[in-house]
Design a protein around this ligand. Structure first.
Ligand SMILES: Cc1cc2nc3c(=O)[nH]c(=O)nc-3n(C[C@H](O)[C@H](O)[C@H](O)COP(=O)(O)OP(=O)(O)OC[C@H]3O[C@@H](n4cnc5c(N)ncnc54)[C@H](O)[C@@H]3O)c2cc1C
Length: 253
C-alpha cells in the first residue's frame, strides 16, 4: 500500500448559510492537481485532542472537481460535538488543517440509463451537490434525476440557490423539498421545487406510486444520519420491493 499523504487544507472562506449549517471553503495545498470524484469524502485530522477518536472526522466534499484544488465542506453544528464545535467556534480564515483522501465509493453510477433518486437530510446533500454540479458542467444522460431533500424548516435549507438553478437548467431533473416542521403554504424557495410537509419517505413513496418506468431502472442513493437511512432502506427494500443492489448509501453516523 502506498504511504498515506496528509494534505494541508487552508481555510479561505466561511459562508454561514443557516444558524446551524455553515459552508467552509478550503484551498488544498499541493503542487499537483488534487483529483477526486464527486461524492467522495476527506478525513481531517483536527487539533481537537490527543487520541485519534477525538481528532479524526470525515466530511463529504460538497463541490465538483474543478481541478483547482478548491474543497468545500458543509458542516452542521452539533452542540458539544468536538469537531463541529471546533469548526463553529475555533477555526479562523487562514488556518490550516490536515486531511487525507479522497475515499469512498459513493459516486455517480457508470450506467446512465437509470432513474436516479438522490435522498438526503441536512448536510447529507453535500455529496449530491458535487454530483449535480458535475452534471451541470458535463451534462448527463440519466433517464431522470430526483433530489429529495429533507430539513426541518425552510430556514434550515442549504444550497437553495443551487437547487433553483438545477431546477431550471438541468435536464430531466426534479427537486422535492420536505419540511418536517413547517407547513408548506408559505414556501416558494427554491423556485421550481415541489414541497412536502413531512419526511423524505413520504415524498419518494408518493413519487414512486405513479412510476412508469421498469422497476429495475431505479437507483436510490441515500446520504445522512442513521435514522433517515435505516428507515429509507426498510421502506425501499421491505415495503416497496426494490433489491439491495438498487440502494446505496453514505452513512454519516
Ligand atoms: C463518510 C462521512 C462523511 C461525512 N460528511 C459530513 C458532512 O459533509 N457534514 C457533516 O456535518 N458531517 C459529516 N459527517 C459526520 C462528521 O464526520 C462528524 O461525525 C460530525 O461533524 C460530528 O462530529 P463531532 O465531533 O462534532 O460530534 P461527535 O462528538 O463525534 O458526535 C456526537 C454524536 O452525535 C451524532 N451526531 C453528530 N452530528 C449529528 C447531526 N447533525 N445529526 C444527528 N446526529 C449527529 C454522532 O453520530 C455521535 O453519535 C460525515 C461522516 C462520515 C463517516
Amino acid at each position: 500500500m502506498p504511504p498515506v499523504i496528509w494534505y494541508p487544507l487552508q481555510l479561505k472562506k466561511i459562508i454561514q448559510d443557516t444558524d446551524t449549517t455553515w459552508r467552509f471553503l478550503f484551498d488544498l495545498q499541493s503542487d499537483d492537481v488534487f483529483n477526486y470524484s464527486a461524492g467522495q469524502f476527506l478525513t481531517c485530522d483536527l487539533p481537537t485532542g490527543e487520541k485519534r477518536a477525538q481528532r479524526w472526522r470525515s466530511y463529504s466534499i460538497a463541490n465538483a472537481n474543478q481541478k483547482n484544488n478548491e474543497i468545500e465542506f458543509c458542516i452542521s453544528h452539533k452542540p458539544g460535538g468536538i469537531a463541529s464545535d471546533y469548526f463553529f467556534h475555533n477555526i479562523k480564515i487562514g488556518d490550516t488543517i490536515k486531511c487525507k483522501g479522497p475515499e469512498g465509493t459513493f459516486v455517480l453510477p457508470k450506467n446512465n440509463d437509470l432513474n436516479l433518486f438522490l435522498i438526503c437530510t441536512g448536510t447529507g446533500i453535500a455529496p449530491f451537490r458535487g454530483m449535480l454540479q458535475e452534471m451541470q458542467t458535463n451534462g448527463h444522460s440519466f433517464q431522470s434525476v430526483n433530489l429529495i431533500f429533507g430539513t426541518r424548516k425552510q430556514a434550515d435549507l442549504i444550497y437553495g440557490d443551487d437547487i433553483s438553478k438545477w431546477n431550471s437548467e438541468l435536464m430531466n431533473f426534479n427537486s422535492h423539498i420536505c419540511l418536517s416542521r413547517q407547513l408548506i403554504e408559505i414556501t416558494n424557495y427554491p423556485e421550481g421545487s415541489t414541497y412536502y410537509h413531512g419526511y423524505v419517505h413520504e415524498a419518494y413513496k408518493l413519487i414512486l406510486k405513479d412510476k412508469i418506468h421498469p422497476k429495475e431502472s431505479y437507483l436510490f442513493m441515500l446520504c445522512g444520519w442513521a435514522e433517515m437511512i435505516d428507515q429509507a432502506v426498510i421502506t425501499l427494500f421491505s415495503e416497496l420491493g426494490f433489491s439491495r443492489e438498487q440502494i446505496r448509501f453514505e452513512l454519516y453516523g
